[in-house]
Design a protein around this ligand. Structure first.
Ligand code: TYM
Length: 338
């Protein structure tokens, strides 16, 4: 099996885009318990709190958000004997490798990152961390000899940069890093905002009505989907350019019900938007229900999450140290005398 690594920021509540574009795929791709791959810890998932520090945040909330996100990932189905789950700041090597990679990444390529432009645009003060964000992300990935990075479509440019950095480092200092590749969902790789379907669904709190949270109560999910912006006309047809609202709902329906888009188009032919939206709402509610139930159970037992994160930190640390030693040696730094 390919070594898989991916991460998610504790910067806001987990939404349907995060779930369908990333988390659910992480769960599905875990190796079977007891297999060689599971014992090797070939599925690694990380709550990337250091990334969440690069924009203004409330310090008093960071720890609880991090814990809540780890709880949600476990509730979603990341199992202790099938995947390694840890918190980025618990493994020092992430920040350390970032520094080393900073000497390989260039100002020019970081300056071309569209997410940086979006997040920094119109801000009075932009942290150096926000600019360097993609290098930290490259360090996350390269530290674990990662082959595949399952992410949403919005991370493509960051993954390309991580590849470029790995290739450049290997070229300059000798083969050190595995060159990773991104993997993307077939449907719902970019879930759009329900109120503005030309913008991706996101954790920023600008559009609460347009964002379905994985832990939203069923009634609220139904309300949000029923008030989703649809397009003129009445036919349920997949056409992202002409009908972005309906197409987004079709993708969500396909991803949550398991019905291919082409079949769904036939299923809802002549049904009208009302009936279609009810079916989408029902499919989404059913899809997140087990996650919500397990979340409630785990929340009542925070010790279980703590134990998981402790073990995750220890295992990730050991793996990262090996790669870190390889990287510092390749870069020519003096090994610490023993
Ligand atoms: P983050 O925390 O914004 O999102 C977590 C994952 O959810 C995906 N995603 C979406 N997928 C489909 N539709 C959407 N509307 C949508 N919004 C978000 C993201 O693509 C992501 O896969 N930079 C990363 C976190 C990160 C990381 C890493 C990922 C840090 N280091 C190393 C992979 C490997 C981010 O901000 O994700």
């Amino acid at each position: 099996m390919a070594r898989v690594f991916s991460g998610i920021q504790p910067s806001g509540d987990v939404h349907l885009g995060n779930y369908l574009g990333a988390i659910r795929r992480w769960v599905e791709e875990q190796p079977p318990a007891g297999s060689e791959a599971a014992l090797r810890r070939d599925a690694i998932h990380c709550v990337v709190d250091l990334h969440a520090m690069t924009v203004p945040y409330v310090p008093a909330e960071m720890a609880s958000r991090t814990l809540a996100l780890a709880t949600l990932l476990m509730a979603a189905g990341l199992e202790p004997d099938r995947s390694l789950l840890f918190v980025q700041s618990h493994v020092r090597a992430h920040a350390e490798l970032t520094w080393i990679l900073n000497s390989v990444a260039t100002f020019g390529e970081l300056n071309r990152m569209t997410q940086f432009k979006e997040k920094s645009g119109g801000q009075e003060s932009v942290s150096a961390g926000l600019f360097d964000y993609p290098v930290l992300m490259a360090a996350d990935i390269l530290l674990y000899d990662t082959d595949e990075v399952p992410v949403g479509d919005d991370q493509r440019q960051h993954i390309e940069l991580a590849r470029d950095i790995a290739i450049r480092f290997n070229h300059r200092f000798g083969k050190t890093f595995v060159v990773p590749k991104g993997t993307y969902a077939e449907v719902a790789a970019r879930v759009m905002d329900l109120q503005n379907p030309t913008r991706k669904m996101s954790k920023s709190e600008e559009s609460p009505q347009g964002t379905i949270l994985v832990l939203d109560p069923p009634k609220l999910i139904e309300k949000k989907i029923k008030s989703a912006v649809t397009d003129s006309g009445t036919d349920v047809r997949y056409d992202p350019a002409e009908k972005p609202g309906v197409s987004n709902l079709l993708e969500i329906y396909a991803a949550t019900s398991g019905t291919p888009i082409s079949k769904a188009e036939i299923e809802f032919e002549g049904a009208g938007y009302g009936k279609f939206k009810q079916a989408v709402a029902d499919a989404v509610i059913e899809c997140v229900r087990p996650v919500q139930e397990r979340y409630a159970a785990l929340e009542a037992d925070p010790g279980e999450v703590d134990r998981r994160l402790l073990r995750g930190a220890e295992e990730a640390d050991a793996k990262a140290e090996e790669v870190m030693a390889r990287a510092t040696r390749a870069a020519g730094l003096l090994p610490r005398p023993r």
